[in-house]
Design a protein around this ligand. Sequence first.
Ligand code: ADP
Ligand code: MG
Length: 237
Amino acid sequence: MKVELTDLTKKFDDLVAVNGVSLTVKDGEFLTLVGPSGCGKSTILRCVTGLEVPTSGRILFDGKDVTDQQPQERGIAMVFQNYALYPHMTARRNMSFALEDESLSKAEIESRISETAEMLGIGDHLDQIPEELSGGQKQRVALGRSLVRNPDIILMDEPLSNLDAKLRIELRAELQKIHQELETTTVYVTHDQEEAMTMSDRIVVLNDGEIQQVSSPEAAYNRPENRFVADFIGSPG
Ligand code: ADP
Ligand code: MG
């Protein structure tokens, strides 16, 4: 599904968190919003999900204006860095819980969960509760909880930032693989330029609520359009 933002602005009182952002995410694309802390990345994602109401500007999915729709009407899955699983429920139950509102048969729920768990490599852990799982396994369950709903669009806000370096690199590759398998439109958020550079079809470099550059990672690296992009992409973290 294609996602378009037109002249999106979000203010919190006097603070302009997002300032006139216009952007098209192509159907099936892996697009990453990257920029320093406070540049407006999460606010943009929250506007796309409907968790924040934009001050002005519109949001369109496949040409349809969803700006006034409630989050649950939008067919989106969101994955956060704090993966808040229910501690007393098994991995399976944490995943099936997300499907309760949908009118699916028991068999359909079971097959979606086992397929998703297989894909994520947690097929053998479905009967365990979160405290029995490693950090990486918990993040996979959280991801599974989003994916079982077959979302048209998946939004991820720094999903790897609480994990150690080794696991982060491992999961990067997995997230890309999943994206390719599902052909879902993915909007990814990170402050880590290396993560953005290695995972994305295109990146959107943001500073202070404004777009600095939209391009392939290579073009941002080789042909930065301004000083900010050159400094941010060129230097580590
Ligand atoms: P990022 O995700 O890039 O770190 P955010 O989108 O979280 O940035 O925040 C952008 C700016 O908006 C920051 O200055 C932040 O403090 C501010 N902000 C975000 N959410 C709120 C809110 N609910 N109330 C007031 N200010 C907010
Ligand atoms: Mg953020």
